[in-house]
Design a protein around this ligand. Structure first.
Ligand code: DON
Length: 578
């Protein structure tokens, strides 16, 4: 890896000394600007849907619901009505709330359902096919958001999604690439293949039209009859039937009993900024806050972006916080989450006292007592003319979820059950080694990392941010915040900047391509760090900054009101302001 990388740099240098940038994110495009509203999503048609809703007089929640339904059609890798997610809302008057519409384990789920008779995890059982499916929450979530906090009708908000499904939409480069990436998985299920692959078995190409008539009919039923059409009607029946025939355990009662939870967001204060983010059953907001509380003590701005010292303190804060994530957190309906302790600034001080200023910590030494004994998600950020801000992260878990569609529904189903602890100490899809707090139980929600986050300053919205990326969602979101607040980057630069990640186990610092200079890598190795120089990037953050594109512009008072940025890593996404 190292040698290839050095050669690449040398070649790039010799070829591009003058004009072509050779560092992946050396120069970011300018953020999108808007004076009345901003919508940033991972698919450009969905962004247009959101902006249209705002222009018609809908608020940010209306736009979020319409975007959520639209992405289920135009971004099938993660957009969904067969999965679940979270919505963080900060209203114009400063109140905030959080909707948990994540999947729940079926009533027939058991703690050891993915283990064989010898207690070993069965490969793929929690990831592929109907046994991997959690009870979906997206439709219930969107409908509750619309009824409680929206202003437009269900029919208005579902219309664009129904149109894209019925009439189809023409694939651009990013759309076609995503379908191509899922082709092998989708080919395994005849109902999924019939929708997402051409009759000759090949994926649809750029310029071709993807039409989804069954999904159009499922969405039209929701438009006519509301969430009951999904949870108490033909859709639930079709999914339960397919599940029963193909090794799953979903029952009609699972659908009938599904309920959204409205929760108090996890909050903290970082250098005068109020952070409003996801509470359990997500680990996201709590762990972002725990890391920020540790970092607040260090002069990151002085230490500099990407310096060995900055990386050192960030990695150590991540290491300690992920121990807590993986051992102490779970569904609040089932376990007592130590949120107050993890958000306490004194606890952050205790962690800081354990950080050696000159040496890497050792993950094995942080193993909690008793522990281990017994791409795709999508985020969108929206703000309206009144200053209502909405951050949504929702998912099928893996790309195209479990890769299955119940015949006649057109709905891809999630594989969220893999987010549970299959067995304490055994890593999941994202390499997370988790404990008993996140063990499987009927009706329980698996612990998530999704972190739809809103920042406020002096009582006003300041930033809306979030990303997909599995266990890395937390560090992606955290780094975007630190890049804006501490390093002075504009919102696009903050999102595009190369990322680092550490999650306690494995005891490795993951670094995006060209993320750190060779000298920095050498310093970190000298401190005892094991580095993994990744050859691919991760995450697709979507962010908005209010009052200017960067802190400097805000301070000068010369910026656009809304500044939107979609990750340069996101091939199909777009930030649109108006
Ligand atoms: O809830 C979670 O933490 C995961 N299911 C998210 C999965 C994800 O971000 C996949 N995308 N890259």
């Amino acid at each position: 890896m190292h040698n290839t990388r050095r050669t690449l740099i040398a070649v790039s240098l010799s070829l591009t000394l003058t004009f072509v940038p050779f560092l992946a994110y050396a120069a970011s495009p300018q953020p999108a600007k808007g004076e009345h509203g901003m919508v940033v999503t991972a698919q450009h048609l969905a962004s247009e849907v959101g902006v249209e809703v705002l222009k018609q007089g809908g608020n940010a929640v209306d736009a979020a619901v319409a975007v959520g339904y639209a992405l289920a059609v135009v971004y099938p890798t993660a957009g969904n009505i067969g999965g679940g997610g979270f919505m963080t809302i900060r209203f114009k008057d400063g109140r905030s709330t959080f909707l948990d519409f994540r999947e729940r384990a079926p009533l027939a789920a058991t703690k050891t359902m993915y283990l064989d008779k010898d207690g070993k995890p069965v490969k793929g059982a929690s990831l592929d096919g109907y046994l991997a499916v959690g009870v979906p929450g997206s439709v219930a979530g969107f409908e509750m958001a619309r009824e409680k906090y929206g202003t437009l009708s269900r029919q208005d908000l579902l219309a664009p999604a129904i149109r894209f499904a019925k009439e189809g939409f023409v694939l651009e480069q990013g759309d076609a690439a995503s379908l191509q990436g899922g082709a092998e998985r989708l080919a395994r299920d005849p109902a999924a293949a019939a929708i997402f692959l051409k009759p000759d078995g090949k994926p649809y190409a750029v310029g071709e039209r993807l039409v989804q008539p069954d999904l159009a009919a499922s969405l039209a039923a929701i438009s006519e009859r509301g969430a009951d059409a999904f949870y108490k009607g033909a859709t639930a029946d079709a999914i339960v039937k397919a599940s029963g025939e193909k090794g799953g355990i979903l029952a009609r009662a699972d659908f009938e009993n599904y309920a959204v939870r409205e929760l108090k967001p996890a909050t903290c204060n970082y250098r005068g900024y109020e952070i409003i983010s996801s509470p359990p059953p997500s680990s996201g907001g709590v762990i972002i806050c725990e890391i920020l509380n540790v970092l607040e003590f260090y002069p990151l701005s002085y230490l500099g972006a990407g310096s060995a010292e900055t990386v050192h303190v960030m990695v150590e804060a991540m290491r300690h916080a992920y121990v807590d994530r993986n051992s102490a957190l779970g569904d609040p309906g089932f376990i007592d989450n130590p949120v107050a302790k993890l958000l306490d600034k004194n606890y952050a001080r205790e962690i800081r006292e354990k950080i050696d200023p000159f040496r890497a910590g050792v993950s094995q030494e942080l193993m909690p007592k008793g522990f281990g004994e017994s791409n795709e998600t999508t985020h969108f950020s929206i703000i309206d003319n009144d200053g209502n801000a909405v951050a949504v992260t929702y998912t099928l878990n893996g790309s195209f979820g479990a890769g299955v569609v119940a015949a006649g529904t057109g709905i891809l189903l999630n594989n969220e059950m893999d987010d549970f602890t299959q067995k304490p100490g055994v890593p999941n899809l994202y390499g997370l080694v988790q404990g008993e707090a996140n063990a499987i139980a009927p009706k329980k929600t698996p612990l998530s990392s999704m972190s739809p986050t809103i920042l406020a300053k002096d009582g006003k919205p300041f930033m809306v941010i979030g990303s997909p990326g599995g266990s890395r969602i937390i560090t992606i979101t955290l780094e975007a915040i630190v890049n804006v607040v501490d390093h002075g980057m504009n919102i696009q630069e903050a999102i595009d900047a190369p990322r680092i990640h550490h999650q306690w186990l494995p005891d490795t610092v993951y670094i995006e391509p060209f993320g750190l200079s060779p000298d920095t890598e050498k310093l970190l190795t000298g401190m005892g760090y094991r580095l993994d120089l990744a050859d691919t990037t991760w995450g697709q953050a979507a962010g908005i900054l209010v009052g200017g594109k960067s802190l400097a512009e805000i301070e000068k008072g010369g910026g656009a009101r809304y500044n939107g940025a979609i990750d340069s890593r996101a091939a199909a996404g777009k930030a649109i302001g108006y």
